[in-house]
Design a protein around this ligand. Structure first.
Ligand code: SF4
Length: 341
C-alpha cells in the first residue's frame, strides 16, 4: 500500500441540543482510519449512525451551534486540517478534497449555469485563464458522459435530468483533480440504471486520476462492487472494519451480519419474506457510556453487553470488530455467507 494521504485520529464530533444546549449527541465518537492514494473506502450505516457527519467533519463543514468537533486530528499529508485557518481550509476544500452530495438538485446553484459553476471552481483554485476554464468545463462534462457538452455547459441545473445533475456535480468535484473525493450517498436519488452509470463514472475517474474515494452509503451491493475497505458505523462508532472481502465473507459483528442478511434476494420465493434487523436505530443522545449500543437489538446480548463497552479486537489482517460474543455468531455466519454466495 502506498503512503497514506489522510489519517483521521480519534475524531469526535458532537451536537449540543435543547434550548440550553445541554443535551449532548455524540454523532461521531472516536473515529480513526487511514486512507491511501487511489483507495476506495466505504462507510456504511443506518441513517443517523454518524457516517455523513464524519465526512462533513473532514472538510470542517460542521457548524457551531449545534455541531462541534471536540477532539481528534484530521491529518492531510501530515498537516492537521483542524489547525488551519479559514483561508487555508478553503484552499483545500473543492481542490484537494472534494465532496459530492446526496441531492444534486439542492447542491447546485439553480440560478447559475452548470458551466459557470464549474468555471468558478476552476478560477478559484487554479491559475487557468477564463477562456481555458470554459474549455475545461466542456471537457469535464464530456468526460462524465453528458451529451452535447458545448450546448449543455450554458444550461441551468433545472434543464438537466437527475442523473445529469449528479454527473455535473461529479464534473465540478473533479475539476481540480482532487486527491480525495467524498461521495455522500451519491446515487440514492437516482434510478438504478443511472446509478450504475454514475458509479462506473466514479470508478473510471479513480482509475485515471488515482483519486481516493470515501463512499458513504447503505447500499451493500455498491460496496461489494467498488470498495477496497469497509467501515461499519453504529451509534457514532465503527463497530467493524476491514477489507471488503473479509467483511462480506467473515463478518464478525451481529449488526454486520444483519445488514448482509437484509440484502433482498431475487432467487428466493416471495413467501420467504425480507430479513430485517429488529428494533430501531438508537437515540444518539441517550446511548449510555458503558454498554454496547447495539445491545437492545442484539439476540446475542448478555449482561456483560449491557454493562460494558466492547473494544475493537483484531480478528484478521486489517480486520477489527467490537463485540464480546463474536464466537457465538459462527454457525449463523456460515449459513448466511453460504446462502448469499
Ligand atoms: Fe451483541 Fe453483545 Fe456483541 Fe453488542 S457486544 S453486538 S450486544 S453480542
Amino acid at each position: 500500500m502506498n503512503e497514506p494521504i489522510l489519517e483521521v485520529q480519534h475524531l469526535k464530533t458532537y451536537f449540543y441540543l435543547g434550548t440550553d444546549m445541554t443535551t449532548e449527541l455524540r454523532a461521531v465518537d472516536d473515529l480513526s482510519y487511514t486512507l491511501h492514494k487511489g483507495e476506495c473506502m466505504a462507510i456504511i450505516g443506518e441513517s443517523g449512525s454518524g457516517k455523513s457527519v464524519s465526512a462533513l467533519s473532514i472538510l470542517r463543514l460542521v457548524s457551531y451551534p449545534p455541531g462541534l468537533i471536540v477532539g481528534g486530528k484530521i491529518l492531510f499529508h501530515g498537516q492537521d486540517l483542524m489547525e488551519m485557518d479559514d483561508e487555508e481550509i478553503m484552499k483545500i476544500r473543492g481542490s484537494k478534497i472534494s465532496m459530492i452530495f446526496q441531492e444534486p438538485s439542492s447542491a447546485l446553484n439553480p440560478v447559475v449555469t452548470v458551466g459557470k459553476q464549474i468555471v468558478e471552481n476552476l478560477l478559484r483554485h487554479t491559475s487557468i485563464s477564463k477562456e481555458d476554464a470554459w474549455k475545461r468545463a466542456v471537457e469535464l462534462l464530456d468526460e462524465v458522459g453528458i451529451p452535447n457538452p458545448e450546448q449543455r455547459v450554458n444550461q441551468y441545473p433545472f434543464e438537466f435530468s437527475g442523473g445529469m445533475q449528479q454527473r455535473s456535480m461529479i464534473a465540478m468535484a473533479m475539476s481540480c483533480n482532487p486527491e480525495i473525493l467524498i461521495c455522500d450517498e451519491p446515487t440514492t436519488a437516482l434510478d438504478v440504471t443511472v446509478q450504475a452509470q454514475v458509479l462506473e463514472q466514479l470508478d473510471k475517474l479513480r482509475e485515471t486520476h488515482d483519486t481516493a474515494l470515501i463512499f458513504i452509503t447503505h447500499n451493500l451491493g455498491v460496496v461489494a462492487r467498488y470498495a477496497d475497505t469497509v467501515k461499519i458505523m453504529y451509534g457514532g462508532k465503527v463497530i467493524e472494519d476491514g477489507p471488503t472481502d473479509a467483511i462480506f465473507h467473515v463478518p464478525h459483528h451481529p449488526y454486520t451480519l444483519g445488514l448482509i442478511q437484509a440484502v433482498p434476494r431475487l432467487d428466493l420465493p416471495r413467501s420467504h419474506g425480507l430479513h430485517t434487523i429488529p428494533g430501531e436505530p438508537p437515540d444518539m443522545s441517550k446511548i449510555p457510556e458503558n454498554c454496547c449500543a447495539f445491545a437492545p437489538r442484539c439476540k446475542y446480548a448478555t449482561e456483560e453487553c449491557r454493562t460494558k463497552r466492547p473494544q475493537p479486537e483484531t480478528v484478521g489482517e486489517g480486520h477489527h470488530c467490537s463485540c464480546f460474543h463474536m464466537d457465538l455468531l459462527e454457525d449463523e455466519r456460515n449459513e448466511v455467507v453460504r446462502s448469499h454466495g
